[in-house]
Each structure stands twice: as C-alpha cells, then as structure tokens.
Ligand binder design. Structure first.
Ligand SMILES: CC(C)(COP(=O)(O)OP(=O)(O)OC[C@H]1O[C@@H](n2cnc3c(N)ncnc32)[C@H](O)[C@@H]1OP(=O)(O)O)[C@@H](O)C(=O)NCCC(=O)NCCS
Length: 173
C-alpha cells in the first residue's frame, strides 16, 4: 500500500486547494443537490479570494494528503473565532475532511484525521467537534469509528436547500 504524506498548505497552494475542494465536494454531494444549488455553493465557498483569506487566517490550518505525488485529500481545521460555531473557545473544529473518490478506503482520511488529532493535542484543545450531514452515512461511520458522538444538530444551507447536520464531538487523549 502507498504511504500517505501530510503537508500543511499555505496561500501559495490556493489553486490546488480550489481544485480538490470543488472536485471532492462535487463527488460527495452532486447526486443529492440541484445543479444550480451545487454550482452556486462551489462558486461561493471555493472562490479564490475566500480561500486566500482562509489560508491566511492564523486560526485556520489546511493540510494536504499526498499519495505518491498525487493530491488525494485535504483537511481544514479551525480554532478560536475561525470556528463556524463557537461551542467552546478551547475546542478545535474539523470543518472539512475530504478524500477523492478514487482514493477512499486507502487510509487517506485516517491519516488526515490523525493529523487533526496531533494538532489538537499539541495546542491543548479540550476536544474536537464537527458537523456532518445526517444522510452522509460514510462520514458518520468514519467519525463514529474514530470516537465521535452526536451532541446536537444544526441547519446547513446549500443554495435554497436547508439540510440537517449532526454535530459530533470527542475528547483528546
Ligand atoms: C469520510 C472519509 C473522509 C473517510 O476517508 P477514507 O480515506 O475513505 O477512510 P479510511 O480509508 O482512512 O478509513 C479509515 C477507517 O474508517 C473506516 N471507514 C471508512 N469508510 C467507512 C464506511 N463507509 N463505513 C464504515 N467504516 C468506514 C475504515 O474501515 C477504516 O477503519 P479500519 O482502520 O478499521 O480499516 C472519505 O470517505 C471522504 O472523503 N468522504 C467524502 C467526503 C465527506 O463526506 N467528508 C466528510 C464531510 S463532513
């Protein structure tokens, strides 16, 4: 099996981030959303200026996962005010963990999650939390397997469609 290399991404990598961000989001959610809602979300959420701002925010970190020299997945974590909801100031949010379809099931997601866990421990976070669509069973299973439990729900908007996300958390040990 190929080894997975995790490297922190900076603003110079904005183009790569935009490409993998759009592709993985499309692969995950295209079948569940209208073309228009998906296109609007991809335009807005992965716009170059938005991603550049996020890459330059000291409270957000991005990591790329390489299999050989192919960019196979990425992780976005948030601290402090960069969290999409402030559940606790000392918590860390996993906002995005995405692996290209052709690389799923090869431990790329696990390597990205391990990175998140290492950073949470290094920065003395109390716990990690995240939001996941209630019907994203693959991700729910992945998170449950990694020790997360549901504690709340919130509404996530894609275009004019409102969807329910489960909020999940786990402590750091
Ligand atoms: C969820 C996701 C990140 C998992 O990454 P992955 O690279 O496919 O998963 P891994 O190969 O690292 O698997 C890690 C562990 O989780 C388990 N796992 C992965 N997918 C699973 C599934 N569908 N059902 C049950 N267990 C699963 C694996 O069996 C493995 O456990 P093991 O070590 O005991 O074998 C990936 O599938 C993905 O990117 N999905 C689409 C994007 C997405 O939904 N992201 C989350 C948005 S909130």
């Amino acid at each position: 099996m190929n080894t997975v290399k995790i490297i922190q991404a900076g603003y110079a990598e904005v183009q790569d981030l935009q490409t993998i961000g759009r592709q993985t989001f499309k692969e995950t959610f295209a079948e569940h959303n209208s073309d228009q809602n998906l296109a609007d979300y991809l335009d807005e959420s992965f716009a170059t200026n938005k991603l550049t701002k996020e890459l330059n925010n000291p409270d957000s970190n991005f990591y790329f996962a390489y299999v050989g020299n192919v960019l196979a997945g990425y992780l976005k974590i948030n601290f402090g005010d960069a969290q999409t909801e402030i559940i606790e100031e000392s918590a860390m949010e996993i906002e995005r963990i995405y692996v290209l379809k052709e690389f799923q099931g090869q431990k790329v997601g696990q390597a990205l999650f391990q990175k998140a866990l290492d950073v949470a421990a290094e920065t003395s976070c109390s716990h990690i939390w995240l939001g996941v669509w209630e019907k994203n069973h693959k991700a729910l299973n992945f998170y449950r397997k990694n020790g997360f439990e549901e504690f709340d729900q919130h509404i996530f908007r894609i275009g004019d469609d409102e969807q329910t996300d489960f909020l999940m958390k786990r402590t750091i040990q």
